[in-house]
Design a binder for this molecule. Structure first.
Ligand code: GH3
Ligand code: MG
Ligand code: MG
Ligand code: MG
Length: 312
């Protein structure tokens, strides 16, 4: 009775995977064979709007960890098959990202707690526990995890996404293109003669210009566009569902606005210009590296044709 009620089907998992990708991986995996405890947790957390998936044994738990990459894992120690500690060890061996695992056990002996922390558990909570405290705990850990994940993909100077996130998005979108042939475009932006800004006005001013450039692009880009700092004074704008013609129009507005911003250095007012190379995904370039090389060639053309322009 409990099994059919609580164990999720493959359809559930697919749906959860979708929800997971859409809503920032906010779901919780509970690996526990105690039916009463599991339904208690599931009810309380679902009533607060969280998504809860249940595994009643270690093997299923491990499968779900790898399939779904849950935001939080609540792990029991005594399970019918694999011991909770072995699961911890297994997670650490395979997962490179930090899996947030909380041990939930009736046995909070000193040895168990030490072992859990040594094997990488984030917390150790003694069962039984209060529902409201549990909900507050989940809110706390999820917001901490989100802040951590965001900081990992954010460029410190400009606060736009960094190269790590750019690579991730490019591989996601090219993979998606293989499935649905949905257009997207990529633009590489490079500030013109930026070295001169540094040389004339100093690196601090150069940093300010980089932040100013990023701010301008952020103000023009559409919600779904993903703007990243590629490195130095080079940035990448990923434009989902966008043809190269549409991308050109978006990027031209950015380029013009960038050239209209005033900066002050050595008591002078100065402006900067930028060049953009644009490319659209198609059958011939549907790999991140090739796509970027193509955008880079377009950027090179913009540079040698006199800068302050966009080239498709
Ligand atoms: P081009 O028009 O051909 O792009 O010329 P450029 O001078 O912009 O290009 P170049 O690649 O020669 O110079 C880029 C400069 O950007 C060199 C480097 O010192 C500077 N730079 C890279 N990262 C930073 C940063 O974080 N802050 C500052 N202030 N300067 C940076
Ligand atoms: Mg148990
Ligand atoms: Mg450059
Ligand atoms: Mg440059």
């Amino acid at each position: 009775f409990f099994d059919t009620n609580l164990q999720c089907s493959n359809a559930d998992i697919n749906e959860t995977r979708y929800i997971n990708e859409q809503f920032n991986k906010n779901f919780i995996l509970v690996i526990d064979d105690d039916m009463v405890f599991v339904s208690f947790i599931k009810n309380i957390l679902e009533s607060k709007g969280f998504i809860v998936i249940v595994a009643h044994n270690g093997q299923r738990g491990l499968e779900l960890i790898y399939e779904l990459n849950p935001a939080l894992v609540f792990l029991d120690i005594k399970l019918p098959d694999i011991n909770g500690f072995s699961i911890l060890e297994n997670i650490n061996k395979v997962s490179s990202n930090h899996m947030f695992v909380t041990i939930m056990s009736v046995d909070d002996s000193k040895e168990n707690r030490i072992k859990a922390y040594d094997l990488g558990a984030m917390d150790f909570i003694k069962k039984p526990l209060d529902g409201n405290i549990l909900a507050a705990y989940v809110r706390n850990r999820l917001s901490f995890k989100q802040a951590l994940e965001l900081s990992i993909v954010t460029d410190e100077l400009t606060q736009v996404f960094n190269r790590k996130y750019m690579n991730y998005q490019l591989s996601m979108l090219t993979e998606q293109y293989e499935k649905d042939r949905k257009a997207f475009s990529v633009a590489i932006a490079d500030i013109d003669f930026f070295k001169k800004v540094n040389d004339t006005y100093g690196h601090i001013k150069g940093d300010e210009v980089l932040r100013g450039f990023a701010k301008t692009v952020m103000a023009v880009k559409r919600n779904e566009d993903i703007f990243c700092r590629y490195g130095g004074e080079e940035f990448v704008l990923i434009m989902p569902n966008t043809t190269k013609e549409a991308a050109y129009r978006v990027v031209e507005r950015m380029r013009k606005l960038v050239s209209e911003q005033h900066y002050i250095g050595n008591e002078n007012v100065f402006e900067i210009t930028s060049s953009f190379g644009i490319t659209e995904i198609d059958e011939s370039n549907k790999h991140p590296k090739i796509l970027m090389e193509q955008a880079d060639r377009a950027l090179y053309k913009a540079k040698v044709s006199g800068r302050n322009q966009s080239v498709v």
